[in-house]
Design a protein around this ligand. Structure first.
Ligand code: ARG
Length: 459
């Protein structure tokens, strides 16, 4: 029998029941629902609905249930209860009889589900922050081990200027730092308890909602009951945080897929994160990275889905809002798994230093250096840019690098060029000159690694 059976004389259609029930996915809120129920039972003592003995009995039964749920959460799925809130109440009644029927006094599933989901989100934020930290640590360690691995940096996927593999790793560490700060920020707004808002207008029992909030570990209680049961901003924010971070991960994956390609051949991925082809024996495919890139789609989809579900929804609770869970659960699971997988990819990666160095030398990555050299000798930058462009065309025709042109050849483009030009055309000099904050010079990269290690408690 459903929780609301009294008002009905006909059974629900089986197809409707399947359509309406949420237990098959909201069973994941079991622990939060039980913890919330214990806190609510304590609040009911303060307003005289329960005696202390009754409350203790309920708390004991709820804690037993909590143990059972922790050992075997999926056992819940055997039940045909409508949702996790009905299931917990049903189990409680089975354990303590009629006393269990008192627990729902002054409470609605609307404030209950809002509370449960917020408690779940808070736990997930902690789990994902840990995964973000671990991936940042992996990036910083990989950076530390590859400070001398010079490779081409790209714009428009054209070789632009030399960078190091370390500098590339640290770029992704920065993105993840922002992802983490977005989570911290989301937590601040999420950390208010809706419990005690009833169905929509507030509870008719004079409960100290601030005390109730603190029992559940919330920073405070919400201010407006209508808003509290209708608010799913935290779901949209978390999905948006996940979407942005997954975009970072998919760019990370795409960069590495390219670095691992036969065309670039800068890195070798470990056998532990690649798979073979059933037909072509020579192949080693970057599946882990391709899946990270691919899974980005479903997370963006969950965000778009949630936004559209909430758009134009009247206050307060509507069953539409039950659609908040599957997308959120899937998106956060996906995000967490992809963070772990990205760290695993870094764990066994080999950087092919010689190949990277050769590639960095090709592609006229030092053309800017030649222009800067001319500028230092008094040539205006626009003019210098033009001169170097001509020199590059000539070098391409001869199939040579700029530094392979003789002095006489170079001087055809500008008489100001002298023998000292060869020093500045070296890859090392290109790197060394980028000494300003955030640049690729060894000194800056070492500093960035040291700072990151301290922030991530690696040293
Ligand atoms: N299963 C519901 C959900 O996930 C719980 C809230 C039900 N509230 C209601 N008024 N029917 O949203």
């Amino acid at each position: 029998m459903a929780l609301w059976g009294g008002r009905f004389s006909q059974e629900a259609d089986q197809q409707f029941k399947q359509f309406n029930d949420s237990l098959r996915f909201d069973y994941r809120l079991a622990e939060q629902d039980i913890v919330g129920s214990v806190a609510w039972s304590k609040a009911l003592v303060t307003v005289g609905v329960l005696t202390s003995e009754e409350q203790q009995k309920l708390e004991l039964a709820l804690n037993t249930l909590l143990d059972e749920v922790r050992t075997n959460p999926e056992a819940i799925l055997q039940s045909d209860a409508e949702d996790i809130h009905s299931w917990v109440e049903g189990q409680l009644i089975a354990k303590v009889g009629d006393l269990g029927k008192k627990l729902h006094t002054g409470r609605s599933r609307n404030d209950q589900v809002a509370t449960d989901l917020k408690l779940w989100c808070k736990e997930q934020i902690a789990v994902i922050r840990q995964a973000l930290t671990e991936l940042q640590q992996a990036l910083v360690i990989t950076a530390e081990n590859n400070q001398d691995a010079v490779m081409p940096g790209y714009t428009h996927l054209q070789r632009a200027q030399p960078v190091t593999f370390a500098h590339w790793c640290l770029a992704y560490a920065e993105m993840l730092t922002r992802d983490e700060s977005r989570l911290q920020d989301t937590l601040k707004r999420l950390d208010v308890s809706p419990l005690g808002c009833g169905a929509l207008a507030g509870t008719a029992y004079d409960i100290d909602r601030e005390q109730l909030a603190s029992w559940l570990g919330f920073a405070s209680a919400t201010r407006n009951s209508l808003d509290s049961v209708s608010d799913r901003d935290h779901v949209m924010e978390l999905l948006s945080n996940a979407s942005i971070s997954m975009i970072h991960l998919s760019r990370f994956a795409e960069d590495l897929i390219f670095f691992n390609s036969g065309e670039a051949d800068f890195v070798e991925l470990s056998d532990r994160v690649t798979s073979g082809s059933s037909l072509m024996p020579q192949k080693k495919n970057p599946d882990a990275l391709e899946l990270i890139r691919g899974k980005c789609g479903r997370v963006q989809g969950a965000l778009a889905g949630m936004m559209v579900t909430l758009k134009g929804l009247p206050l307060a609770y509507n069953k539409d809002m039950q659609e908040d869970k599957e997308g959120l659960f899937d998106a956060l699971d996906t995000w967490r798994i992809c963070l772990h997988m990205a760290a695993l990819v870094l764990d066994g990666i080999q950087i092919k230093r010689d190949r990277c160095w050769e590639a960095a030398k090709q592609g006229y990555a030092n053309a800017t250096e030649l222009a800067d050299y001319l500028v230092a000798k008094g040539v205006p930058f626009r003019e210098a840019h033009h001169i170097v462009g001509e020199a590059v065309i000539a070098a391409i025709k001869k199939d040579k690098a700029l530094e392979e042109l003789s002095l006489t050849e170079l001087q055809k483009f500008s008489e100001t060029i002298s023998i000292d030009v060869y020093d500045i055309l070296s890859l090392q000099s290109c790197l060394d000159k980028r000494l300003a904050k955030g640049g690729v010079a060894q000194k800056q990269v070492t500093l960035a690694i040291a700072e990151a290690k301290q922030r991530l408690h690696l040293s």
